[in-house]
Design a protein around this ligand. Structure first.
Ligand SMILES: *Cc1c(COP(=O)(O)O)cnc(C)c1O
Length: 455
């Protein structure tokens, strides 16, 4: 494993450090793939520069094709909770792979993974395994529509639920704004079935239900928002969702694709639940439960899950669903998530967040750190963020300068101001110290770029 001493960048010469092998790969990728990437955020569009192509990863470290080593604060956007190439997960994957990649028949690991999920999240009585979080939310919505016989879905601005047509509507604030598609190719008819409300706004929720309650199949929410940066539900918000949906015969879908098995052994539900009015009807999971492989799930109360094919009339299927290698990785990862692992996540995230905050303060950079369990993010503004409008009123210029300074010093943050910073239990003192050493320069770079923001 080679690692080159990184060049510290200055604000006037933004990104002088070379990454010739990544640049060459990016050029090749741009020829054959739109934007050179297979998921948009990877393209560095928000921060500029060349995305780093990774060659390998172990524990808390990423190594790029130029041989430079980075402390990983993306962790594959959550799944790598045990760190990269954890020996137990590697062994489970190798063992599964030698016994065949995919059968197209049921296999034992699927049952074991479903049991593991059901035993952790009390309100989840049954699950169906799928390949991505997008599939999980897409099917949860279909199931809610099939169950209620209604079509309208309520979601919250700034919450991401995968690239499902009806859930890409995120624009619009104020009471009962009709969703406008955020993406070309989403039919207006699909977006029109979506009501987008401001997160953490109980009044807007009540108003929307007062007007259209009889048409609403479900409210879908991130258990704690993590896709606009970390914005936890305010006191009573989730209970209000439960109360209002129950009163109108709509289902509540809690999207725990990001928070599930990360915020606690039973996800954000484990931190916030049980709720006075009862649990959400459906949950969606992904990320951690796949251990870095394509595995996700949706599940919930048995009376709702009974609507699903082959038992009920709501169809859903998947050639690779419950894949034996993916389920082996997911099982080994969940079984590896011991209380020591969660304790370490707490320590690592608090240490990094506290150090970032004190360096930003020292450099005079307005910022706020927000939490959902051990999940956190840093907003470059001086007031708390309760919803998407708040999240957008931050200095993305300051973040960009901060990001590139960290990258040049060997710390790979998510390349966007609107993402959580992910750590793993493999982030040892060496990795944490590397982050802490990079922070003063990054904070000064942010201070130089801090622009005036509307707040
Ligand atoms: C990542 C994510 C999804 C989508 O999952 P994919 O596996 O990327 O399709 C859905 N919901 C939430 C909350 C997520 O964080």
């Amino acid at each position: 494993m080679t690692s080159t001493a990184p060049t510290v960048t200055s604000a006037t010469t933004p990104y002088p450090y070379a990454a010739p092998f990544s640049e060459a790969l990016f050029d090749r990728a741009l020829e054959v793939t739109p934007g050179g990437v297979n998921s948009p955020v990877r393209a560095f569009r928000a921060v500029g520069g060349t995305p780093r192509f990774m060659a390998s990863a172990r524990g808390p470290w990423l190594v790029d094709v130029d041989g430079r080593r980075y402390v990983d604060l993306i962790c594959s956007w959550g799944p790598m909770i045990l760190g990269h190439a954890h020996p137990d997960v590697v062994a489970a994957v190798q063992d599964a792979a030698t016994r065949g990649f995919s059968f197209g028949t049921p296999s034992e690991n699927e049952v074991a993974l479903a049991e593991e999920i059901v035993s952790r999240v009390a309100p989840v009585e049954q699950v169906r395994l799928v390949n991505s979080g997008t599939e999980a939310t897409m099917t949860a919505i279909r199931l809610a529509r099939g169950y209620t016989g209604r079509s309208v879905i309520v979601k919250f601005a700034g919450c991401y639920h995968g690239h499902v047509d009806s859930l890409l509507a995120a624009a619009g604030s104020g009471v009962a704004t009709f969703g406008l598609p955020d993406s070309a190719g989403v039919p207006a008819s699909s977006a029109a079935e979506t009501i987008v409300l401001p997160y953490n706004d109980i009044g807007a929720l009540e108003a929307a239900f007062a007007e259209r309650g009889g048409e609403i199949a479900a409210v879908i929410t991130e258990a704690a928002a993590g896709n606009m940066g970390v914005v936890p539900p305010g006191p009573g918000f989730t209970e209000a969702l439960r109360r209002v949906t129950s009163a109108h015969g709509a289902l509540l879908v809690s999207d725990e694709v990001m928070t599930g098995f990360r915020c606690s052994p039973s996800g954000y539900y484990g931190l916030e639940g049980p709720y006075a009015g009862g649990p959400p009807d459906l949950f969606t999971f992904g990320k951690v439960m796949g251990g870095g492989f394509p595995a996700a799930a949706f599940g919930g109360r048995a009376y709702v899950m009974a609507m699903l094919s082959p038992v009920g009339p709501v169809y859903q299927a998947g050639t690779l669903s419950g894949n034996p290698v993916a389920t082996a990785a997911g099982l080994a990862t969940l079984r590896g998530c011991t209380s020591e692992v969660y304790d370490r996540l707490d320590v690592v995230s608090r240490t990094i967040a506290d150090a970032a905050s004190s360096q930003l303060t020292a450099a005079g950079v307005p910022h706020v750190v927000q939490w959902a369990g051990s999940m956190f993010s840093v907003f470059f503004r001086d007031a708390p963020v309760r919803n998407y409008d708040d999240a957008r009123a931050q200095s993305t210029q300051a973040f960009t300068a901060f990001f590139h300074s960290m990258l040049s010093q060997g710390v790979h943050l998510p390349p966007s101001a609107f993402e959580a910073w992910f750590v793993s239990a493999a982030h040892d003192d060496e990795a944490v110290d590397s982050v802490i050493r990079a922070l003063p320069d990054a904070a000064r770079a942010a201070a130089r770029e801090f622009d005036t923001i509307a707040s």
